[in-house]
Design a protein around this ligand. Structure first.
Ligand code: GDP
Ligand code: MN
Length: 384
């Protein structure tokens, strides 16, 4: 779960990590009020779960409350990399002397946490990593020993963080690490970590990803999740109890079993297509579940074709075939092509049922790769 900046900063504040004063607003009028209360120069920041807001025009400085209102008016409703801005964070503008960088993440390969720091903050860290990798200090921290003072010294030294920022940066990095562990985050990134004119070091930006596997022991997670809008499809999926994840492509996917469904995504990519979703229909391949799944997938307007990939085990392919036909009976307006590959228990029977039905939307394919290629080729054939 990726938090909004304002959510991350609320958590930071509670953990004693220095952040600018500010509050979130969902209207320009509210933004104006917050700016008036803060007084002086403020910064108005688009709240979206992607970086690069600065470059996209989603961050504006405002000299007074009226200017903050105008800035919020421009930013709310803006589209940043496909994310529509619904809220802005209004903060007291910082007096920036240097823009630095600090982060902690989980390095699975190393079986350790990884702390990173750089004196080149405020710019895209991936870009720094590509053009000037030496500028990013990397220090592994064993979760067993935790962060030790020498780790932090090494981060600051290797990153050539200016001396005057050392005291503040040390305090911030130590608190960041404690927060990272306490909240079960997979990433905590502060870019830029700012040295102010007064010599303080504060978190001017905050990016936090939480590990959903820890939801059972983190009471705050459900509250935070309530503040994050789900894509429309995922909302419907939740209501219908479907194991669905929205992706960005054009080819809808239904598989049975998480493993088969994952490999179906890979095969579609192999065939040159882009999957529109993950949907593991499990053993629930009856008509009602199929109809709910197919309807859900095609509610994504980008979807051009559907690939149903079933390996019968306990799930019988003849039942799946009847489920697909039943679903099509419930969805009379569906015109988009559906490519079906059946294998395993009662596969021959299932294929016969679908062939006998001779439904114009249904195409059969013998193997996963054939089916994927067909689903890709048929994306040009329109939709419902
Ligand atoms: P991102 O582009 O989505 O990562 O958003 P950031 O919060 O990192 O802001 C991008 C840039 O905007 C920062 O690197 C700063 O240069 C600038 N910025 C953000 N907040 C302030 C502020 O309070 N004062 C000033 N002067 N600049 C700011
Ligand atoms: Mn940033």
């Amino acid at each position: 779960m990726d938090l909004f900046e304002y959510q991350a900063k609320d958590l930071f504040r509670r953990s004693g990590i220095a952040v600018p004063d500010g509050r979130v607003a969902s209207s320009s009028a509210a933004a104006e009020k917050i700016a008036a209360k803060l007084g002086g120069r403020v910064v108005v920041k688009a709240q979206v779960q992607v970086g690069g807001r600065g470059k996209a025009g989603g961050i504006k400085l405002a000299d007074d409350a009226a200017a903050a209102r105008a800035a919020a008016e421009q930013i709310i409703g803006m589209d940043i990399k496909g994310h529509k801005v619904q809220r802005v964070l209004v903060e007291r503008a910082g007096d920036i002397k240097a823009e630095l960088y600090a982060s902690f993440l989980l390095d699975r390969t190393a079986k350790a946490f990884l702390g990173m720091a750089s004196a080149k903050g405020g710019v895209d860290v991936e870009e720094v990593a590509a053009t000037d990798p030496e500028a990013i200090a990397q220090v592994h921290v064993s979760p067993l020993t935790g962060l030790q003072p020498y780790h932090v010294r090494q981060m600051l030294f290797d990153a050539a963080i200016p001396k005057e920022a050392h005291k503040g940066a040390t305090a911030l990095i130590e608190k960041m690490y404690a927060f990272f562990v306490d909240i079960d985050a997979s990433l905590v990134e502060v870019n830029p970590m700012v040295l102010t004119g007064a010599g303080d070091v504060i978190a001017l930006d905050a990016k936090v990803s939480l590990d959903d596997n820890a939801a059972y022991r983190q009471q705050t997670y459900s509250k935070l999740a309530a503040g994050i809008p789900l894509p429309k499809q995922e909302k419907i999926a939740k209501e219908k109890n479907l194991n669905y994840v929205k992706l960005d492509g054009e080819i809808g996917i239904i598989g049975n079993g998480a493993g088969l469904t994952m490999s179906t995504l890979d095969v579609v990519a192999e065939a040159g297509g882009r999957p529109a979703n993950f949907l593991d229909i499990g053993g629930g391949a009856n008509a009602a579940t199929m109809a709910a799944g197919i309807d859900l997938i095609f509610s994504d307007r980008k979807v051009r074709s559907l690939f149903v990939n079933i390996f019968g085990g306990i799930t019988r392919c003849d039942e799946v075939a009847r489920g697909i036909l039943g679903a099509l009976g419930q969805l009379p307006n569906l015109k988009a092509p559906i490519v079906v590959r059946l294998d395993g228990t009662n596969a021959a029977e299932g294929r016969r049922i679908l062939e006998d039905a001779a439904h114009s939307a249904i195409h059969m394919a013998p193997t996963m790769l054939d089916a994927a290629s067909k689903a890709v080729a048929l994306t040009g054939k329109g939709r419902r």
